[in-house]
Design a protein around this ligand. Structure first.
Ligand code: AP5
Length: 219
């Protein structure tokens, strides 16, 4: 399957992309994860992106487009993908159309995981991310099961992302409203958009709604 998951920062698109990708013949492709890995490795793209990401601002299209292009050409993305956090600007959406045209691939559906802004702050401030494998947890809604508080998947240390603060979240939400909401309209006009009204539901219920909206059936 070739899908795009959209939604506000901290709304749960990464959580759902990971769950659905497990049995949907699709690899999760998160530009946020790719950029964080580039920062960690100190690549030229990572060096340019680091400051902007720390401030909660969008990374310029030309950098993100290259990151995405490289990722989609890796062998594990051949069968299918779920884009999580890309495209976030109209320029990125148009670049993606051109890239997919060249690759003879098509977007099947775009799922907007819609949550009220009122739940986002608690989710973002409580998120903890694994330093090793980037698995995502939440201090209240999804704490690690291990008694030592480390990552269940790889035993790595959990940390709070530098952009997961109330102040940076404001900047991220502004970018979402200004640059990403027009992308939602872009896919609506193309007839690709399906909206999942996730409300304040927990992860398991939202997964059922997402699967229903995408016609995937429940596990
Ligand atoms: P990115 O990593 O993509 O951040 P984001 O879009 O702000 O999204 P998040 O990862 O914060 O949240 P999410 O919706 O995936 O939520 P999650 O599932 O983790 O990007 C980071 C930065 O990189 C950007 O600010 C920008 O600088 C740059 N960047 C990336 N892509 C870019 C692009 N295309 N263009 C330009 N710049 C780009 O859930 C959040 C928390 O809530 C977790 O703790 C989770 O456990 C919990 N949770 C999830 N669902 C539920 C639920 N239903 N109930 C209770 N808790 C839940």
């Amino acid at each position: 399957m070739r899908l795009i998951f959209m939604g506000p920062p901290g709304g749960g698109k990464g959580t759902q992309a990971k769950l659905v990708s497990k049995d949907a013949k699709a690899v999760q492709v998160s530009t946020g994860d790719e950029l964080r890995a580039a920062v960690k490795e100190g690549t030229p793209a990572g060096k340019k992106a680091q400051g902007l990401m720390g401030q909660g601002k969008l990374v310029p299209d030309e950098i993100v487009n290259e990151v995405l292009k490289d990722r989609l050409q890796k062998p594990d993305a051949k069968e299918g993908w779920i884009l999580d956090g890309y495209p976030r600007t109209l320029g990125q959406a148009q670049t993606l159309d051109a890239l997919l045209g060249d690759m003879k691939q098509k977007i099947e559906k775009v799922a907007l995981i819609d949550v009220p802004f009122s739940v986002i702050e608690e989710r973002v401030l409580g998120r903890r991310t694994c330093k090793g494998c980037q698995a995502s947890y939440h201090v209240k809604f999804n704490p690690p099961k291990r008694a030592d508080g480390k990552c269940d998947e790889c035993g790595g240390e959990l940390f709070q992302r530098p952009d997961d603060s109330a102040e940076k979240l404001k900047t991220r939400l502004e970018a979402y409203k200004k640059d990403t909401v027009p992308v939602i309209d872009y896919y609506k006009k193309k007839g690709l958009l399906t909206t999942v009204d996730a409300g304040t539901r927990g992860v398991v219920d939202v997964e059922s709604l997402v699967r229903g909206a995408l016609g995937l059936g429940n596990k």
